[in-house]
Design a protein around this ligand. Sequence first.
Ligand code: PLP
Length: 389
Amino acid sequence: MASPGLATYFDTSATTPPCEAVLRAMAEVQASGWANPSSLHGPGLAAAEHLERSRQSLAWLLGCDADELVVTSGGTESIHLALLGAAAPLQPGRLLISAVEHPATQAAASRLAARGWQVQTIPVDRQGLLDLNALDDLLAPPTRLVSLIWGQNEVGSLQPIEAVGSRCRAAGVLLHVDAVQVLGHRPVCFRDLPVDLLSGAAHKLQGPRGVGLLLVRAGVPLQGQLGGGGQEGGRRAGTEPVALLAGFAKALELSRQLPSAAGLRDPLLEQLLAIPGLRLTGPPPGPQRLPHHISLLVSRPEGQPLSGRWLVGAMARQGLAISSGSACSSSGSAASPVLLAMGCPEDEASSGVRISLGPWHTAEDCRVLATALRRNLDLASMGPVGPTR
Ligand SMILES: Cc1ncc(COP(=O)(O)O)c(C=O)c1O
């Protein structure tokens, strides 16, 4: 169950601690499967067997064939492999991404732009949901590839992947989906999705850091981006992390047995929205929102925006971990490009905070969090704290 200290950790969209069962599964596999799975001797064959078992288990849980699964080091690598690897066999054309992609996708898109691809951004509405009409207009030649974040890390929006995928199919355009925030929070059956490539990472669902996956639909050509050995069907060179993959498979298996985090999230959100100065960003609770995710704009009760980072710092000093925007952008500019893309005014775009729940949380943990947030906002309303930048 939960380790001490986790009751106050509300930043699971950044990362999660591996749970006990995952650590045990990894220790067992590490003990007997430590060798190089490509080696042809006994220890190598034992490692290869573990690797295959984890691959089969992940494939079964994700509704894909085992050879559609490429093991990577995490979400960022999967996204780069998807975009650069799928684009490599194609003539340069147009790549469409949404206006609320993770920086990893933007970085991979920039690499393609440097190789002669035209990168175009599809706008989103005020809840961070894709403008399907704009997509329709752009799904004409020279568009060859679309990459879309399924669950948005900062504002929790879940994009209409089925609607996007069927449009891409009709247009003969490849679709990559960044499912890093989605795996472990809703069932994914690759076979049933109109998606060609799908990225995930273990560390968001109480698996280990350092391992991810890219699902590649059978028949979709993908050029490996690393030189070296012929692992992963030639699509990803490098000795496979056998124990980490076992941890990933165990974490995904366990996530399927958990109740939806929405059961705790929804009453917490209700408490938070009763606090003057807190407003929800992204879609309301329901099918268009990640179930463990709350994102808010913070202001003084009379409306003057407060800095999200100030609130995160104030909460941290009281031992509570929440986040401002995404972990990945927290060292850059304070104004959130995601909030700006959603039409948030400039003076509010640095006022975002994110609260993300884990399966260990209780109603009492949520009450403690809500009380601390209320206290900090009360203090802000009294004095000159919480600058907007
Ligand atoms: C939506 C999304 N995509 C990609 C990534 C990058 O994944 P990783 O940190 O495993 O490289 C993250 C991580 O925060 C994410 O939230």
